[in-house]
Each structure stands twice: as C-alpha cells, then as structure tokens.
Design a protein around this ligand. Structure first.
Ligand code: SF4
Length: 650
C-alpha cells in the first residue's frame, strides 16, 4: 500500500514523506510550479495571450532571472536573524507567479490547483479533469517519471480539504488510464471537521474512480474516531516544528450555538481548568519537546485551551529552559492579565487566537459565546496586554449571524479596525456565518427565528441556506462576503478606502498565505506586522545609498499607462515623474545586487550623461534637478518598503 499525501505548506515536508511508500504531492506540485522552466513557460504563455507592455515583459524576465535567489530566500526562511522583508518579498513573488498561473488556468482558484466543488454538474467536473492543462501536464510528468508508481497496485490518498477532490479525481483518473487492476482509496481520517465527507461514499463520480473510502464520518450517530492527538514533526533544514494537540477532547467550552466542531468527539470529556489530567498531558509534552532535537516551533491544534492551563504550560517551558516559539488558541479570560501575558510571552507564546466572533452583547448571547459578559473595554485590555508583552493576538470574528443587523455587524468591524490600527501585530480571520449541521442553530432554528432550506439533506454539513425572519436591516450574503474580503485586504493595505480590485487582491493574498501556512509562520517570527510597516519618510537619509540591496521589487505596468507602475510588493499603483521615467526603467532592469545602491545609481547617471560638470549652465541645473529627484525617489521607495531591501552591508 502506498500513500499519497498533500501537505499544504510548500517547501516543507512532513517527516517520513520522503519514504519510498509515500508521495508528497503538494511538495512536488510546488516544486514544478516554481521551477524556472515552468515559470518561463507560464510567462511565455501569458505574453502570447495577453500581449503586455515591454516594461511588463522586462519584469517577467526579471522574476525569472531572480528565481534562484527567491528560492534561496524561501529555503533560508528560518535562519536567524529572520529577515521578514526578504521572506515577504519571496512570497509575493510566488503569489505573483500563481496569479499568472491562474490567469491562464481559469478554472483554478488563485492559490492552489483546487477548484472542483461538488455543487458543479458532474459532466462539468468530468470535462474538467479530462481536459489538458498545465496541472494535468504536471501530473502526467509525475506519473511517468516517478518510481513511486512502479510495481504497485494499491494506493491511498490522504486528504485534508474538500477541494482537494480535484487532485484526487484528476490523479485517480490518470492512474486508471495508465495502470490496470489498481485499487485506489481515500482516507478521510484527517479531514477538516467542519465539512461533511459522508456523501463522498455515494457520489457517482468519486465512485467511478475510487474503490474505498476510509474513516468517513459525520453524522450525529457515527462520529469520527480518528486519533487526533497525533503529533507531526515538520522539518526543513535545521528547524523543526511540532504540530500537536494537548488534549484529545472537546474544547473546554463546547457551547457556541454556531459550532459543530466538537460533535466529532464521542466522549463529553473536556478540560476546563488546570486539573490532574492537564498536568499529566503537559508533563508528557514537555518530555517530548525535550527529546526532539532542534525544535523551534510548537503549534497547538486544539480548538481552545483554557488560560490557566496555558500559563502552567508556559511556566514549565521556562522551568525547563526550553527555547521555542509557540502558538495556541484560547478564549477570553480575566486570567490574561499583563503579568500572565508576560509569562506566556517569555516562554515563547507568539500567536494567541481568540474567538471574538462579535462585540455586540445581544449577538454574543445568541451565540452563547461567553460564560460572562466582556465589555469592549475589557476585550480591548486583553488585546493590549498581549500586544504590550509581545504576543501577537489573532481574533476569529464572524459576521452575519442570524438576526444580526447592519449596525451590529458594523460595530464588530469597527472594533476590529481599531485593534488593527493600534496593535503591533494584530490579525484576524473574518468569517461569514455558515449554518452547519450539528450546531444548535441547525437543530433549533425556531430559537433563532430562521427557516432552514436544506437542499442537501443527506450530504452537506456546512453552508446550508436559511431564511432569516428576524426584523431589522441586514447585510445580504453577498455584502457579507465582500465585507469579509475587505477585512482580509485591510491586513495588507493601509488605505481607508480600498477599491474593489484591491479588496480582491488582498483577499487572494490572504488565501495564499493562509493555505500555505505562511501567515502563521509570519506571526510566530515577527514582532511587528510586516505587511503594514510604517516608515517615517521625513527622515530620509542618504546613508542608504552606501548599502547593498540584494533584490529589487517588481514594478509592473500591466496596462499601457505611461507613468504608472503596479507594484506587486504591495499591490499598489505608484506614479513616477516623467522626467526620470527613462532612467528609472534602466535602473530597475539593470540593477546589480553586488554593488552598492550609490554605485548602481551612478551607472545610470553615466548612461544618461547626467553630470554636474557640464559647461552649459542650463544643463547643470537640469542635471542636478534630475539627479536629486531620482536619488530621492529611489531612497523614498526603499524607505517606504516599496523597493525590497536587505540592509545588511557587504
Ligand atoms: S467555537 Fe470554539 S469555543 Fe466555541 S464551542 Fe466551538 S471550538 Fe469551542
């Protein structure tokens, strides 16, 4: 039996994924997508289809020329000191490559080769998987060149997300065409708990290609009994990350009316405070951490761990002098005082997730979210305590709960905006309410004054449509989806009024970072939000001219506008003074990272015969003006983080 797995984080392989019996499809896919040869092929295709401007083509060449450096940055991601801007640059380059990829492969989502959802008609899905496209070419290559498929007739796909079905179907379809008498299974033991996979067993198309489904779960009677306490060690170069649960039990609250996540546990057991069981589990984990060499990060996957348990864990880390950074989710508690936050931060806690959901007390009561009321001020104090001590808080909030009025939605968004603006590194997940089977709202719609319209009675777990019969002016589902996308975009853009295209771009970038897991890495290693760095441009110093810059950013015009450039580093348009446009283009396309910025600039001046020694006085004035303008412009771009810079001197 051989296993095909699809870890979503690129560049990192789960331990054991390199074994002859396991094919790490995700890593292979990323390798192909970002390989020079493939990027070149993609860009050529893009050029022939979209006929971009010459400048845009230059920048495509620039990306290809610098791809080795970009890959090196990715590999180097966890080196010390962590160079946040370098990694950000590299992810933006990857994101840009993917956006070109998706422009050509219209059926794919922006980030990954996912795209099949079972609400599409079966004929469309069949057509989709039988079609030749870049992804199917990649899979053909993997199939014909990988020894993994040699002399084997039993395969098992291990998946996590519903939309990985595309990969399963596509590869299974190809494998059946290529090999006779093979047996293909899908193991659903590790899938995202909030989606119902039970219908996979009966779905005609899946049945056509898949022989068996293992660990299928969800309905109230047959719950998932897969072992969730499994720890996974993920390693890359010299760093290791442990992903684990502290408790294989329900979350310690288990009462939110929208939530169905706990229904997968057969036992009612939960750990509500620091009891003997909690101490035992922590002791075991500490022993495990001590045994794992070069462990840098620990990620708890528990839905929520109670504050006193976390504080005890932090104290144990300190007592045993364990130097790691860790991330965890909890719930609001008076225990998150400044002193306790200090202990948590000192022990390496960097990411602390809170289910904020809403700040409106009426909605919170309906959600049954808290054991007591927390005022906005109290919530704000908890975020402030985290921020002051160096813990990067993350809030999960939800808009569109049944009966929520526009005013109540706005109240939560305003609170979130305030936190984003006033904290060093505050982030959030902006969820729209989905009606899930197994939740209290689904079981008792009358309590929430909604009428359920469940078209997929036997199959779907989440996103069941309903009619909200409550009074008041509410946002429509489309408006809510847009508000949520806009909230994600605000994580990356400082502007107050984001236009539609920027909102979509911001959301897509979030999706990319989220799915690849990079967002969470950034939270662990950065003290400040690297996406929204604020720079005081009044303090322009020309000392910067003597520094080395390894990479330039990518300024791209995708239209024919003459003086406007689109910067993929921040997805913003920048305009350039007409007087220096020619020299600027020369500068970015001929930039040499091995010499200082000043030397690079001087080469440009030389090329454009800009000199202060000219005999003609009108020329001198013109040249000085141009020289100053250009230097200032370049420095300003660097200061503004619009040009990528590594400020290390050689
Ligand atoms: S939403 Fe979170 S805190 Fe609430 S019941 Fe679900 S897992 Fe527990």
């Amino acid at each position: 039996m051989k296993k095909i797995i699809m870890p979503s984080t690129f560049g990192k392989q789960k331990n054991g994924a390199k074994s002859a019996n396991t094919l790490d499809l995700g890593s292979l896919f990323w390798e192909h997508i970002f390989a020079k040869e493939n990027v070149k092929f993609l860009f050529d295709k893009y050029i022939s289809t979209y006929k971009p401007t010459d400048e845009f083509r230059n920048y495509l060449d620039f990306i290809i020329a610098n791809l080795d450096i970009t890959n090196a940055i990715k590999d180097d991601l966890f080196s010390v000191p962590f160079e946040e801007k370098r990694s950000l640059y590299c992810f933006k380059v990857y994101f840009f490559i993917l956006s070109i990829f998706n422009k050509i492969n219209k059926n794919c989502t922006i980030t990954l080769p996912y795209g099949v959802f079972f609400k599409h008609p079966i004929e469309d899905i069949e057509h989709f998987i039988a079609n030749k496209n870049i992804i199917s070419d990649i899979f053909d290559k993997i199939l014909s060149s990988n020894r993994f498929f040699k002399d084997n007739n039993k395969y098992i796909f291990k998946i996590h997300w519903e939309n990985e079905s595309y990969v399963v179907l596509l590869l299974a379809h190809k494998m059946r065409k290529k090999f006779d008498n093979i047996d293909i299974s899908v193991d659903l033991g590790d899938v995202n708990e909030q989606v119902d996979f039970s219908f996979w067993k009966t779905h005609p198309l899946l049945n056509k290609y898949i022989d068996n489904f293992e660990n299928v779960y969800y309905d109230d009677s047959s719950q998932n009994e897969s072992d969730n306490s499994n720890s996974i060690v993920i390693s890359s170069n010299n760093y290791k990350k442990l992903v684990t649960r502290l408790f294989d039990t329900r979350c310690f609250w288990s009462k939110c009316s929208f939530c169905s996540i706990n229904s997968r546990f057969t036992s009612e057991k939960k750990v509500e405070n620091l009891d003997e069981y909690a101490v035992q589990n922590i002791d075991k984990l500490i022993a495990n951490i001590k045994e794992t060499k070069d462990l840098s990060y620990l990620i708890f996957t528990d839905e929520a761990i109670e504050a006193s348990v976390l504080i005890y864990f932090a104290e144990q880390l300190l007592k045993h002098k364990i130097d790691i950074k860790w991330s965890v989710r909890s719930r609001f508690s008076d225990r998150f005082t400044i002193d306790n936050c200090r202990v948590l931060a000192k022990s390496g806690a960097r990411f602390l997730g809170f289910g904020l959901e809403s700040v409106n007390q009426r909605i919170l009561k309906l959600m049954n979210k808290r054991e007591k009321e927390y005022s906005k001020e109290e919530l704000n104090n908890i975020f402030e305590n985290c921020d002051k001590t160096g813990i990067n808080a993350h809030a999960y909030f939800m808009i569109g709960f049944p009966s929520e009025t526009k005013q109540e939605t706005d109240e939560t968004i305003e609170f979130i905006d305030y936190q984003l603006k006033n904290r060093k590194y505050f982030t959030y997940s902006a969820n729209v309410f989905y009606l899930m089977k197994g939740s209290d709202v689904y079981k008792h719609p009358e309590k929430y004054n909604i009428k359920i319209n469940d078209k997929y009675e036997d199959s779907k777990l989440s996103d069941i449509s309903f009619i909200d019969n409550n009074p008041g002016e509410k946002y429509t589902r489309n408006e809510l989806a847009y508000l949520s996308r806009k909230a994600y975009a605000k994580l990356f853009f400082k502007e107050e009024d984001l236009d539609y295209a920027t909102v979509q771009m911001g959301y897509n970038f979030w999706d990319f970072l989220d799915r690849t897991g990079l967002f969470y890495e950034h939270k662990l290693v950065n003290s400040y939000n690297p996406y929204l760095s604020k720079v005081n441009i009044d303090k322009l110093s020309d000392g910067i001219l003597d520094q080395h810059f390894k990479l330039l950013p990518l300024f791209i015009t995708s239209d024919n506008s003459k003086y406007e450039y689109y910067n993929i580093l921040n997805e913003r348009r920048i305009s350039i003074n007409e007087n220096i446009k020619d020299i600027f283009i020369f500068f970015v396309t001929n930039f040499n990272p091995n010499i200082t910025l000043r030397e690079n600039i001087n080469i440009c001046f030389h090329k454009f015969h800009i000199t202060e020694n000219n005999q003609d006085i009108t020329h001198v004035t013109k040249d000085i003006y141009k020289k100053n303008l250009f230097e200032k412009y370049v420095i300003k771009l660097i200061k503004d983080s619009l040009l990528y810079s590594s400020v290390k001197n050689k």
